[in-house]
Ligand binder design. Structure first.
Ligand SMILES: Cc1[nH+]cc(COP(=O)(O)O)c(CN[C@@H](CCC(=O)O)C(=O)O)c1O
Length: 306
């Protein structure tokens, strides 16, 4: 098929891509009762390595807790399945998508009688927001859709159904000619992107929204906080950022497994800083890529070689 991958791991078996099917009365399809992860394997100086696999695995299991989703495979089983899946497709770098969901047994909201099904797919996935985005930055708009509050749906769980909120925000932004949205929370302060966390640079210091702002606790966010602090930056990692502060920021950038470190060059047609990738963003993005390609031996513990 078009992504030149042909195998998926499904419920303990390696199956052909086209055979990885579910029943149309799958609970998770009707009610969004699934959890997922987004992870990257990078082709590093020392060979293919999965970035922060343990932390992603932690979050995968934790995401199931609010929904009584008990993944019926061990960490070791999921780890070996993922590595074997990547090896079988001769991929040195790829995006890894584990998903677990209530499967097919009966409908009705209570999922207790439905089985928990698990699948892992991998595929090559380049720059999430476009090849030129990493260099030149993206134009974004503030969405009219607010992020749901963490008191309504646990935002620290990566749950499938609630991503319709992200879909609505992204559809609105792209429909209006922007590349991505920024989503405000119920208090009208900045939450994050539909699929990314957000960082703000002002007077040489970094600010990123805290977990109380109804955001996903991003692993790339955590990595950038560590990298920035190790470079000597002051990072305010539980910031409350108002909408107006976006416009007056010196620099803005997104972080995420798919987005990596993507500069934001305008918000609602207001140019941010120089209107292109700022110097702090450039330094952090350069360091991030140096780290993930293993052109430095720092943070070796973040890498799980195949
Ligand atoms: C809402 C949200 N916030 C922040 C992040 C960044 O988290 P982390 O990847 O742990 O640094 C992501 C990841 N978005 C994933 C899914 C994207 C998609 O389109 O699907 C991703 O980046 O893999 C989110 O979906």
């Amino acid at each position: 098929d078009e992504m030149d991958v042909d195998t998926i791991w499904q419920d303990g078996e390696f199956v052909d891509w086209e055979d990885a099917q579910v029943h149309v009365l799958t609970h998770g399809l009707h009610y969004g009762t699934g959890i997922f992860e987004g992870v990257r394997c990078y082709d590093t100086e020392n060979g293919p390595a999965i970035f922060r696999w343990e932390e992603h695995l932690d979050r995968f299991y934790q995401s199931g807790k609010p929904y009584d989703i008990d993944i019926p495979f061990s960490r070791e089983e999921l780890t070996e399945a993922t590595k074997e899946l990547i090896r079988r497709q001769d991929l040195e770098s790829c995006y890894i998508r584990p998903v677990a969901f209530y499967g097919y047994e009966e409908l009705g909201l209570n999922p207790s009688n439905c089985p928990v099904e698990v699948a892992i797919a991998v595929w090559p996935w380049g720059a999430y927001l476009g090849e030129e985005a990493l260099e030149e930055g993206v134009d974004v708009s503030i969405s009219s859709w607010r992020k749901y509050g963490s008191d309504q749906i646990p935002t620290n769980a990566k749950t499938t159904g609630p991503y319709v909120n992200s879909v609505l925000a992204n559809l609105e932004a792209t429909g209006n000619g922007y590349t991505e949205a920024i989503v405000l929370n119920g208090e009208g302060n900045v939450a994050e992107g539909p699929g990314e966390n957000i960082f703000l640079v002002r007077d040489g210091e970094l600010y990123t929204t805290g977990l109380a702002e109804s955001i996903l606790d991003g692993i790339t966010r955590q990595s950038l906080i560590t990298i920035a602090e190790d470079l000597g930056y002051t990072v305010h990692d539980d910031a409350t950022i108002s909408r107006g502060e976006l416009y007056t920021a010196d620099e803005l950038f997104f972080t995420g497994t798919a987005a990596e470190v993507t500069p934001i060059r305008s918000v609602d047609d207001n140019e941010i800083g120089s209107g292109t990738k700022g110097p702090v963003t450039d330094e952090l993005q350069t360091k991030f890529f140096e780290v993930i390609e293993r052109r430095t031996d720092e943070y070796e513990a973040w890498f799980d070689y195949l």
